[in-house]
Design a protein around this ligand. Sequence first.
Ligand SMILES: NC(=O)c1ccc[n+]([C@@H]2O[C@H](COP(=O)([O-])OP(=O)(O)OC[C@H]3O[C@@H](n4cnc5c(N)ncnc54)[C@H](OP(=O)(O)O)[C@@H]3O)[C@@H](O)[C@H]2O)c1
Length: 283
Amino acid sequence: MKVLVTGYGGQLGYDVVQQLKARGEEARGVDVQDFNLLDAETVKKYIRDYAPDVVVHCAAYTAVDKAESEPEVCMAVNGMGTMNITRAAQDVGAKMVYISTDYVFPGKGTKPYDEGDAYGPQNVYGQSKQQGEYAVRSLMTRFFILRTSWVFGKNGKNFVRTMLRLGAERPEITVVCDQVGSPTYTQDLARVICDMIPTEKYGIYHVRNEGFISWAQFAEMIMKKAGLPCRVIPVPSSEYKTPARRPLNSRLSADRLEAAGFAPMPTVEDALDRYLQELGVTK
Ligand SMILES: NC(=O)c1ccc[n+]([C@@H]2O[C@H](COP(=O)([O-])OP(=O)(O)OC[C@H]3O[C@@H](n4cnc5c(N)ncnc54)[C@H](OP(=O)(O)O)[C@@H]3O)[C@@H](O)[C@H]2O)c1
């Protein structure tokens, strides 16, 4: 299989390329140096020349708070940019994987969201990812949309890295305790993507590590496992203002993934153990 992976300079794209290569597939990772998603002609030419069997679209505008002050950039990259990639992938008859987010949902209540639940994004980033989903759903014949949450991987910035840095600098930190979801390790998500793309089991899936916890509980887990003496003080979101409104309920039901016969995702704790080892924080 010949696979083109966008967002190679980011967290997920990098791991997807490494895992595809380890499985003996022909994988090429591309980033903004190769083409800007907004340049429709270049995107089209690049994909026509490479002629991939599969396009895994991991590139995105992911700065959730910054998006509130530059909504047109975020909407363009995640909406129009995804449309450009999708058109080009469809033109060469490729399959497509689009990575989306729990932020497309309103995040109310406590029930985990199913794949068929109604959209209702609460911030600009969520709206832009919803536009990306619409592009894929309306333009592609053979696609997988994978909604995930709270991603952490070796190749980029994320919550775990921030906690490790702050935990080494400060005796205590405040972390929100009323946003609940599933942190997700890029290595585990990349494995599912690699398992999925040779199949014809198209559609929308929720893919995240197993277990629901709050950011504060996750922070405590990180401090404990990394041996950092920093105390985590839980606070409600109302006491931790950010430019973007974040859903309190980020729970995604992943039943469909297992029902389709894919191997279940490991627990959040297991994922964190392996990530800390990958970073060299623990042995
Ligand atoms: N991170 C999360 O917590 C999270 C949660 C749910 C879903 N997701 C989704 O999962 C996917 C992977 O996330 P990630 O954390 O791996 O993202 P990431 O680390 O932020 O990487 C995104 C990549 O996209 C590239 N990119 C941005 N704008 C571009 C443009 N106009 N043209 C070409 N490339 C562009 C970035 O390049 P530059 O660095 O040069 O800008 C970067 O390499 C994304 O679709 C994201 O929306 C992420």
